[in-house]
Design a protein around this ligand. Sequence first.
Ligand code: AKB
Length: 337
Amino acid sequence: MRKKIILVTGAAGEIGTALIEQLLFQKVENVLALDIRPVDERLRSKVIQVVGDICDRALLERLISEYEIETIYHLAALLSTRAEFTPEAAHRVNVEGTLGLLQVAGEQSDWRGEPVLFIFPSSVAVYGLPDLQTKRQFSKVREWEWNYPRTMYGCNKLYCEMLGIYYSEYYRQLAIERPVTLDFRSVRFPGLVSAYTVPSGGTSDFGPEMLHAAAKDQPYACFVRPDTRIPFMAMPDAIKALIGLASAKREQLTRRVYNVTSFSLSAAEFREMVIKAFPKAQITFEPDLKRQGIVDSWPEDMNDNDARKDWGWNPEYNLERSFTEYLVPNIRRRYQH
Ligand code: AKB
């Protein structure tokens, strides 16, 4: 008999580390952590760790010969800024990597006679607004609006959402006997802010970078204009969203892809919140026009009413609580202020 597992890809990343911590806290014992880097040292003895590439088909085959996968949290991805430097490599990881896992999940679903749950974090980067006037006018986008991404990462995320829906609902639709298909569910995240990790390779990174630099007494030059506004969310809420969507009953869900968000603020307001906590912070603005262009195409906010209505999504940390109860105290402890 194969051991039943929950597979987490991108397990050593920001979201992966926080998700595994929460799963372990909830006494989930069968986590298989897959990443090209080893996972956080504190987690190593508590998970089945596999260091490897999600694009390695032989590795995936070996995993399914050994383990029965019940749920996949597929977090591995190259983020929006990094992906622009190597768009084809990003496509390989973000799209081909996802396709390989969807195939594995599809085969496993049919083999078990029960859908494998496939949880996929998508992003605000799937949206692309043409100019600032339109961005101001359509400030709280719905899931089906403005799906015209301007980055390789945004294109990859949007397409993988479609692939997930295809593998769940239409895979082998002409076969005489339809296979049991997987159960794909996705949340579109805003910029995420963690107290414990600094993101790398994203374009929403100016928020968390500003905060962590201030906590370390380091000067920071923000790479977007002060008036740049996008949505954000504290990491514990991101984990709450992933686990909340995974736990929802299938019949509650009217969509497979949901916006989730918490608060929207401009880079200038982000700076104010940071300075409230770290009055000596030296934060200046030196916009990088190219990265600015990416963030300008993202909406100011997202409408997450469907997530709230269908599966009870409700962020625990609004702007004030995110800073005063989660980010500032934990970051202070981390850098020992
Ligand atoms: C990025 O900036 O690429 C990510 C995202 C918004 O998905 N943080």
